[in-house]
Design a binder for this molecule. Structure first.
Ligand code: ZN
Length: 273
């Protein structure tokens, strides 16, 4: 097809509107680290031994998109590079963030203090999920655009310090969206189904590999309608909202992991004015 002036203009615009995530240099946030002009080509960057996504912004400048683990303390966080020692040092100044507390009462004590059998099950499942976070299975050329996987109120934000029946537990590493039971759940971005399973805490779960170590995990589904290895487009239905696993009511839990750091999913969506 012949390129018209209009379509060439649109191509120009799509280059300018290069989607980058929002930046928040806090634990559980994202740092957009613009690489200096003299930073050598074909140099890889890692954080905690995990490869970091390097892309270009609308001006063609190289940017490293770094997920900052929730466990990171405030202060200077240095990235490692594969370049010779005279390369500019890349440092992220991580600011402190005090996430609020959340106290939840669970009717099933088994989900607060599981039996040895269920603890062993959880350990196996955690390992399975961690393997997906660390695999760096598929590659993507550009940072993908994201949409919310289901419409609804954000019932629990990312990062909450959690107490179940007054006992401290791991922080909330995702975003909860309240939605009716059976509501279709959509893929937030293009990708490949990296894992499906029925887990002790997360319930029926789908993990989507968006490429370059960027993974979505969608939990507590009542039904899964995709299979491992399937490639999917943004908006495709991957399952239905439910309350399987450790859930007090129907909702979708959405975790996002970047370079094996769990980050706030809202940073992937366009900033609200
Ligand atoms: Zn949740």
């Amino acid at each position: 097809m012949k390129l018209t002036a209009l379509s060439m203009l649109l191509m120009c615009f799509s280059t300018l509107a290069w989607p980058l995530p929002q930046e928040a240099r806090v634990p559980g946030g994202i740092a957009l680290v613009r690489l200096p002009k003299n930073f050598p080509e074909n140099t890889s960057i890692t954080l905690n031994e995990r490869p970091v996504w390097i892309t270009q912004d609308g001006n063609g400048d190289r940017v490293a998109i770094v997920g900052i683990p929730l466990t990171t303390g405030a202060g200077a966080l240095q990235l490692k590079t594969s370049a010779p020692t005279n390369t500019p040092v890349l440092v992220i100044d991580v600011a402190e963030k005090n996430y609020p507390e959340q106290r939840i009462t669970l009717p099933t004590q088994e989900h607060v203090n599981p039996s040895e059998e269920n603890l062993a099950r959880f350990a196996r499942e955690a390992q399975e999920q961690q393997a997906v976070y660390r695999a760096y299975q598929t590659t993507a050329s550009a940072w993908p655009s994201f949409v919310i996987p289901v419409a609804g109120a954000y019932s629990s934000p990312f990062g909450l310090k959690r107490f179940f029946n007054d006992e401290p537990r791991a922080p909330h590493a995702g975003l909860d969206i309240a939605a009716p039971h059976g509501e279709p759940v959509h893929a937030p971005a293009n990708g490949m189904i990296a894992m499906t399973g029925d887990y002790f805490f997360n319930g029926r779960t789908v993990m989507i590999d968006h490429g370059n170590g960027l993974i979505s995990m969608l939990c507590h589904l009542s039904e899964i309608t995709v299979t491992k290895g399937q490639s999917i487009r943004q908006g495709d239905i991957i399952g239905k909202v439910g309350k399987t696993g450790r859930a007090t009511g129907p909702h979708l839990h959405w975790t996002v992991s970047l370079n094996d750091a769990r980050i706030d999913p809202l940073l992937l969506l366009p900033a609200t004015p």
